[in-house]
Design a protein around this ligand. Structure first.
Ligand code: NAD
Length: 508
């Protein structure tokens, strides 16, 4: 089918408007595609390993100056960045839609998330608190101080092409750390655009050192330069568990810090007392939103046997009626998959589920939504007799496996019986059930929600998950501590030198 919007010119118009130099995207060596139509939109210039190393050295030089700038002044740079993002929201949001295929409200939502984290980080720049601690020795005082850590490397995934970088960068900058960013090779254009917007803020700020925020473009090999460089103190890496399994040990080998934000296999439990109208909407957004391509996408649903027959047919109807289509030209709620590999992965999982007795609604390709080079699918709902095979793995596509349960303890056990531990939800109006789910015997995930879906987190909380999700935390709460080094200070203002624990060591 013929698309009305010429994506190549539209992409060029936005990049130009946002101030990305043509040399970065016009005639480079890496083709960039839009999943909306599958067509090539730009040719991006990749970074060589040598260049990347030089950029890391520059970031390290910037660190030496930036760490001495008072934190509230560092916050001023982030405040200006937030202002620039507000001004660029429409354009950057549209570029997210073009490059990642998100529907417009989600593209804009992603930029809003960037603005929100800037606001959070500005406040944080005046709240980098340490503790004071009672000393056991007279005339002594103990405290802890927080200092900038060093260069922060950010590796990001295609599905949040700019928000994840901003979660890290806004916080790292107020903490006194420069950032070198390796975006996904599937979404380099939004990264170049975000960097150009940041540079506007830098210009207005005036006296920041060069090299505070830089982007390196390329595939995983350039990411490895970041991972292995001794002057990168922390790598915050978002992506698949497979990636984390490679990156984690490499960082550990040189004792660098890591924040790993990896795959999820998120579940919801629908209890007998649940408000089913609300649950239906929450499940629909959690499982079908972003075409199932969020790390927090709802992938498994345990429905109590007493309400299964009244709830699941309604959910199936929602699956049958949801609109799938070009996010730039229609009001569809479900956009494209990122590429052919994602489509094939989805089909494979559905076939495996069928072989295990799964009853499938949807899942087929929607060819009328775009040309042959684009991959639109109807989200799949698969009723499973038990939790086995593909249900135990993350397939990064819109497949929701639905299963019956009898008692809550069993449902929680099933929910926790996968390798990932990112997000989880319970739908109930029974306070005891909700509290059990949130208790030590409940969900083992980094995110546990009541009466809302598994996806769509706010920036105020610490974001991340347990087990094979990697254990990292970023964004709000006290996640900033991961970007600073802590020093414990003991100060003796007495005339004596008592040793701790009553130890004596008297020299004449
Ligand atoms: P991916 O793992 O293929 O790639 C992610 C990034 O890692 C890319 O920039 C890639 O170039 C880089 N990379 C891959 N191998 C590397 C290596 N050996 N060394 C250095 N860099 C390397 O993931 P994707 O397909 O872009 O994204 C989807 C996955 O990301 C899903 O599993 C999803 O759950 C996960 N994800 C997790 C979170 C979270 O916060 N937990 C958020 C978004 C996405």
């Amino acid at each position: 089918m013929k698309n009305k919007i010429d994506l190549k010119s539209e992409t060029a118009r936005i990049l130009d408007k946002l101030g990305v130099p043509e040399s970065a995207w016009r005639d480079g060596d890496m083709a960039s595609f839009s999943p909306v139509t599958g067509e090539q939109t730009a040719k991006v210039r990749t970074t060589s390993p040598e260049e990347a190393r030089r950029m890391i050295e520059a970031a390290h030089e910037a660190f030496k100056a930036w760490r001495l700038v008072p934190a509230p002044r560092r916050g001023e740079l982030v405040r200006l960045f937030g202002e620039e993002l507000r001004a660029a929201k429409e354009d950057l949001g549209r570029l997210v839609t073009i490059e990642a295929g998100k529907i417009p409200s989600e593209g804009l939502g992603e930029v809003q998330e960037m603005i929100d984290i800037c606001d959070f980080a500005v406040g944080l720049s005046r709240q980098l608190y340490g503790l004071t601690i009672a000393s056991e020795r007279p005339g002594h005082r103990m405290m802890e101080t927080w200092h900038p850590l060093g260069v922060v490397g950010v590796i990001s995934a295609f599905n949040f092409p700019v928000a994840v970088w901003s979660w890290n960068t806004a916080i790292a900058l107020v903490c006194g750390d420069p950032v070198v960013w390796k975006p996904s090779e599937k979404t380099p254009l939004t990264a170049l655009a975000a960097q150009a917007i940041f540079e506007r803020a830098l210009k207005r700020f005036g006296d920041a050192p060069a090299g505070l925020s830089q982007v390196i473009i390329g595939d995983r090999t350039i990411g490895e330069v970041l991972v292995d460089h001794p002057k990168v103190a922390l790598v915050s890496a978002t992506g698949s568990t497979r990636m984390g399994r490679e990156v984690g040990p490499r960082l550990a080998k040189r004792f660098a810090r890591s924040i790993l934000e990896l795959g999820g296999n998120n579940a919801g439990i629908v209890c007998p007392s649940a408000d089913l109208d609300m649950t239906l909407r929450a499940v629909a957004f959690g499982a079908m939103g972003t075409a199932g391509q969020r790390c927090t996408t709802l992938r498994r649903l345990f429905v109590h046997e007493s309400i299964y027959e009244s709830f699941v047919p309604r959910l199936i109807r929602a699956y049958e009626n949801v609109t799938v289509g070009n996010p730039l030209e229609t009001k569809a709620l479900v956009g494209p998959l990122i590429d052919k590999a994602a489509f094939e992965g989805m089909q494979k999982a559905i076939e495996e589920a069928k072989a295990l007795g799964g009853k499938v609604t949807g899942g087929q390709r929607v060819t009328e939504a775009g040309p042959e080079t684009a991959y639109y699918v109807r989200p799949a709902l698969v009723e499973m007799p038990s939790q086995a095979g593909p249900v135990l793995e993350e397939t990064f596509a819109p497949i929701l496996y639905v299963m019956k349960y009898r008692d809550l303890e069993e449902a929680i056990e099933l929910q926790n019986a996968v390798k990932a531990g990112l997000s989880s939800s319970i739908f109930t109006l029974n306070m005891r059930e909700a509290e059990i789910f949130l208790s030590a015997a409940g969900s083992d995930c980094g995110i546990a929600n009541v009466n809302i879906g598994t996806s769509g987190a706010e920036i105020g909380g610490a974001f991340g998950g347990e087990k094979e999700t990697g254990g990292g935390r970023e964004s709000g709460s006290d996640a900033w501590k991961g970007y600073m080094r802590r020093a414990t200070n003991t100060i003796n203002y007495s005339t004596q030198l008592p040793l701790a624990q009553g130890v004596t060591f008297d020299i004449e």
